[in-house]
Structure formats: C-alpha cells, structure tokens
Design a protein around this ligand. Structure first.
Ligand SMILES: Nc1ncnc2c1ncn2[C@@H]1O[C@H](COP(=O)(O)OP(=O)(O)OP(=O)(O)O)[C@@H](O)[C@H]1O
Ligand SMILES: [Mg+2]
Length: 597
C-alpha cells in the first residue's frame, strides 16, 4: 500500500517544475469547456429572437459569439500546444532520470535484463506517459464539465427530451466499459510484444557478424519474423476491438440518439410541447452528453496505458542501485596506494533471474560458489599473474575488487579499508581495468583514449598511445587520431583494439591495474607489442594479470594458480617450477590451459 502511495507521490512530483504551466493549461481547458457550453445557449437565444421576429439583438449576439469563439480558439491553441509540450518536458525529465538510474544499477541487473527490453522501456513506454500527463487531467476537466453542464442545461430546457437522451447513456456506458476491459489486456500484451521485438532486434543486429559467419540469416529472419508476427497479431487484435468500439460509439449510438431526439422533438413540436429553437439547442448539446461516454474507454485506456508505463518506470527506479554512490571515502580523503587484500572471500553469481525477462533458466537451484574462501595479499606495486582453467573464476575474482559484484562472504580491503567503505566512483577511479573483451565506443581514436581521463589534452593522449605502442598504427589510419573506429571499434584489429584500451588506462594512470588478457590468439608480433605495453603499464602498480600465455606469466612477481578448490599454488616462476606441481603441469600443457578456449 505504502508502495503505491509512494508511486502516486512520485507520479505527481513530475508536475512540480511545471506547476504554473499546468495551472494555465487547466484554466484554458476550463475556459474552452465553459465557452463550448455557452455557445449553444447563444444560438438558442438568437434563434428564439429571430423566430419571434425580434432582430435588433442579432448582430450583438453574433458579435458576442464571435468573441467567445476567438477566446475559445486561443485557449484551445494554448492547451493543445503547451499541454503537449508540458507532457514532452515531463517525459524528457523521466527519461533522464531513468537513464541516470540505469547507470547506477549493478552488473547483475544487466546480466538479467535484455538490452532491447530496457531500451523499449526508456523510449516507447514513456511516450504513453507523456500523453497521460497532460491529456489525463485535461480530458477529465473538459469532458466532465461538458457532460455535467450539458445535462443541467438540457434538463432545464426540456426535461422530457433530456430523459430521452439519458435513456441511452447507460447502454453506451456499458458498451464502452465492456470493450475497455477487452482492450486493456490487449494493450498490455502489445507493450510486452514490442519489448520482445526490440530485444530480438538488438540481439540479431548486434550479432550480425556472427549471424553472417554462420550463414544463419534465414534462422535469424525466422526468429525475428516470429516475434514480429506475434506483435502483428497483438495489434490486429487491438484494431478489431477498437473498430467495434469506435464504430459502435460514433456511428451507431451517436446517430441513434440524434434520430431519437429529432423524432421525439418533432412529435412534441407538432403538439406544441417544444419550440424549434429548443430542438436545435438539443441537437447541439447531444454531442456533449455522448462524447464523454464514448471517450470513457479511451480515457480509461489512456490512464491504464500511462500507469502501466509508469509502473514499468517505477519498477526500474525501485531497483536498488549499487550502494556507495556519493558516500563513503571520497577522492580527497583517499590517496590509494594500491595494497589489495582478499580476506576469506566467497562469491557466487545471483541465480534468481526474476524480472522482467525470465529468459534464463538457472540449471542448478543452488549454484556452487565460484570463489570459495579466497585469501590474498598484494602489496602496492606488486605484480601478480593469475592462471587457471577457463571458467575457474579468474575474471570473477578481479571483478570483485572494483565491486562490479559484491562478495557473499569475507571482504576485500584496499589500503586496509573495506572496498564497501569507499565512494564507489572514487574506488573505481583508482582501478584500471583492461577487459577480456575490449569495448570501444563509436567515435574517433581520440575520443576513445580520452575516455580514460576526460579532461586530458591531445598531447597527453598521444603520450599514452605511445606508451601503449599504439601511436604507430594510429598514425597509419586515414585520419590519424581523428579516424572513426566504427561501432565497438569494428574498424580496428583485435590487437589494435586492445592497445587502445591499454592507452586508455595509461591515461587514467590508476594505482591498481587489472589486465584480463584476451584469449583470442594474437600473432607473435602483436602479442609482443601488447605485452611490452603491458609490462610498461604494470610498473609501480598493484597489477593483476589474468594470463593465458607463458610469455606474460613468466616475468610476473608472483604467480597464482586458481583452481576450483581455491588458490592451488603461488610463487615465482622459478619456485613453482621447482615444486613441479600445478604450475609445472600448466606449463607442460599450455594448449589446454593457455589457449583458454
Ligand atoms: N555474469 C555472470 N552471471 C552468472 N554466472 C557467471 C557470470 N560470469 C561468469 N559466470 C560463471 O562464473 C564462472 C567463472 O567465470 P569467469 O569469467 O570468472 O571465468 P574465467 O576464469 O575468467 O574464465 P576464462 O579463462 O575463460 O576467461 C563460470 O562458470 C561462469 O559460468
Ligand atoms: Mg575470464
């Protein structure tokens, strides 16, 4: 209950910056409704006069009507334009807020949710909300007022004829609500289908290179066509309901009521129970009574659609962000030396893949710990190489230091302080990560290296690129540092991408470095170049190198062999060779362990 209370509070809060505009908007809507109620009365007044042979007031009446119409037009223009604009503003605010929140959500949130579906929430779902934000109150105002006003006026003019009209209203309302119920489910279904369509699209286009390499275009097309067909069916269903609904309302009922009013009215005119002016007035007002009824379903749907979008918005907003944003030890307090300790650390990945896209079946209910009771002590400036079988948890181990995931037991200390006590961004600013699969952003070489330190100048970037052995290849690109590297850096080779990501970290210059060696085989020359860059980068920092190659491992100050049972062995190359244990075995069969995949 309190949650829904909070949500309503949150819903209303988006009006706040636009309070004045909102009031103006509603006032204009009010003016439009009132004037639209007055106009038929003016018509009645004039026709009665004209029919009675009185003509001197005619031009005055016409002028008054003209003035009213002008005001009405101006007000309608205002609320139509500004109302929509206000809705769009609010939508923009929400979108910004949602995006900011997405950015604060932990890694495991993104493990669970499909990118396409998350995109759908931020684009499509919020569109409906913008409509609701301004049409909701406006429509209530306009249609509610017109309905009540018209009812009162008609009752006063001729209650018998008014009752004729009223007799139809409950039937219309029932018809409207019946279809509204049907359409609600269809709209919800449609929204989910669209999210699926987006997710499928994102997957197929994102993986287009794999698709083509397996010559699986047909397969992808079929997958896509399948979801697309579902989406189409959903829409076709909606259109069917809408067609029944709108034609029923607008053609059948509305015309029927007009016919009834004309028939009964004419009868009563012939018996002199009604005059012609009143009948004309009635015909002008009938729409005011029927329009709100035929709008009910539409308005209710708008509310439901908008609220569904809002609930989807709130679902994300209520997902807890990573803790440690903007609190804990910050930059000024923390001069991180780079002393990293693992104290009895255990970790396993979340197994609950709850909402909203439960596409992932976790095979074992109780997933085994990936890391079990790990203890390590890495001094500032020390360089360790971590080796072990693929999937043993090397990447995971390192992902815990910058708190990409939270430990389940034990703790990780940096300079003797629990990583959970740091401000998250401060902590991460002191840790440089070169990921196993490098991610580069669409843009130029400059843009991508600068990402390591946004305020750096070109000279710094070039220095960093030189240190990463990237300068030469960058200069050979068509536009040098200003060359566009394509989405995710597709226009570069694997080794080049890796060197850019190393340059990025050189620029960042963190006291702690994590280098997750790419398992894809580089040729010897590129490997040597990347390796040189890495050795340079590792100087004087606590460095974790997840290594797959002997050349990388050999020179490390300490080698840690990770096994399913924990740390199997550690020591220098010479020490471990002498021990003739796991490491020596790993050296002998570098293919199985070293190639990674
Ligand atoms: N995001 C994730 N969600 C759930 N399970 C994961 C996730 N990432 C990895 N795992 C699982 O955790 C285990 C350890 O994975 P990790 O990536 O740490 O292995 P690795 O030692 O780095 O292997 P490689 O040498 O192949 O890179 C694997 O069994 C993997 O299935
Ligand atoms: Mg890995």
């Amino acid at each position: 209950m309190s949650q829904s209370g909070n949500r309503i509070g949150k819903f209303v809060s988006f009006y706040k910056p636009y309070t004045l505009l909102f009031v103006a908007d509603i006032t204009c809507a009010l003016a439009v409704s009132v004037i639209s109620l007055i106009l038929p009365l003016c018509v009645r007044y004039i026709t009665q006069d004209a029919l009675g042979g009185v003509t001197q007031d005619l031009s005055r009446g016409a002028l008054v009507m003209l003035a009213l119409i002008s005001v009405q037009t101006a007000c309608a223009l205002f609320y139509d334009y500004m109302g929509h604009k206000m809705g769009a503003w609010m939508e923009r605010d929400m979108r910004n807020e949602l995006f900011a929140h997405y950015q604060k959500l932990p890694f495991n949130f993104f493990d669970k949710n499909k990118t396409g579906a998350l995109m759908s929430r931020i684009t499509h779902d919020l569109l409906n909300l913008a409509e609701l934000y301004h049409h909701g109150p406006e429509d209530l105002m306009i249609y509610g007022l017109r309905f009540l006003g018209a009812l009162i006026i008609l009752m006063n003019i001729n209650s018998r004829l008014a009752l004729v009209v009223c007799a139809f209203l409950p039937v219309m309302a029932a018809y409207s609500l019946f279809f509204q119920g049907k359409m609600r489910a269809a709209y919800r279904n449609n929204r989910e289908r669209l999210a699926e369509l987006n997710a499928q699209l994102e997957d197929s286009i994102g993986g287009i290179r794999v698709v083509k390499s397996f010559a699986n275009e047909e397969r992808e097309w079929q997958k896509f066509a399948g979801v697309n067909e579902q989406f189409f069916r959903g829409r076709a269903f909606i259109y069917k309901r809408e067609a029944f609904y709108f034609t029923g309302m607008e053609y059948f009922f509305a015309q029927l009521i007009t016919v009834a009013v004309v028939a009964a009215g004419s009868l009563w005119i012939s018996r002199e129970l009604l005059d012609v002016a009143d009948l004309i007035t009635f015909l002008l007002y009938v729409g005011y009574l029927t329009a709100p009824i035929s709008r009910i379903a539409f308005v209710v749907q708008q509310y439901q659609d908008g609220f569904a979008g809002f609930n989807r918005f709130m679902e994300i907003m209520e997902t807890a962000p990573e803790t440690g944003y903007g609190n804990g030890l910050t930059n000024s307090e923390a001069v991180i030396q780079g002393h990293v300790q693992f104290v009895n650390v255990s970790f396993k990945y979340d197994e609950g893949f709850e909402s909203p896209a439960q596409n992932f079946e976790s095979p074992a209910q109780n997933r085994k710990n990936v890391l079990e009771d790990i203890s390590l002590d890495i001094k500032p400036g020390e360089s360790v190489a971590i080796i072990g079988h693929s999937g043993v948890g090397k990447t995971t181990l390192c992902a815990l230091i910058p708190r990409f995931y939270e430990v389940n037991a034990g703790m990780i200390l940096v300079d003797g302080v629990d990583v959970r006590s740091f401000d998250l961004q401060t902590l991460r600013r002191h840790i440089g990560v070169v990921q196993q699969d490098v991610y580069l952003f669409a843009g130029t070489v400059f843009d991508n290296i600068r990402y390591g330190k946004p305020d750096s100048d070109d000279a710094e970037i070039i220095t960093a690129a030189k240190k990463a052995n990237a300068h030469d290849f960058i200069m050979s690109l068509p536009n040098g540092y200003n060359s566009d590297i394509g989405q995710r850096g597709v226009k570069l080779s694997g080794g080049q991408r890796q060197r850019l990501s190393i340059a990025r970290v050189f620029l960042k210059n963190p006291p702690i470095l994590i280098f997750d060696e790419a398992t894809s085989a580089l040729d010897n020359e590129s490997e040597r170049i990347v390796h040189e860059a890495l050795t340079d980068l590792a100087k004087n920092r606590a460095t974790f190198i997840i290594a797959h190659r002997l050349s990388t491992v050999r020179n490390a100050g300490r080698i840690i062999v990770l096994t399913e049972q924990g740390i199997g062995e550690q020591g220098t190359h010479a020490e471990l060779m002498q021990r003739n244990g796991l490491y020596a075995h790993w050296i002998e069969t570098p293919i199985s362990a070293g190639s990674g995949h």
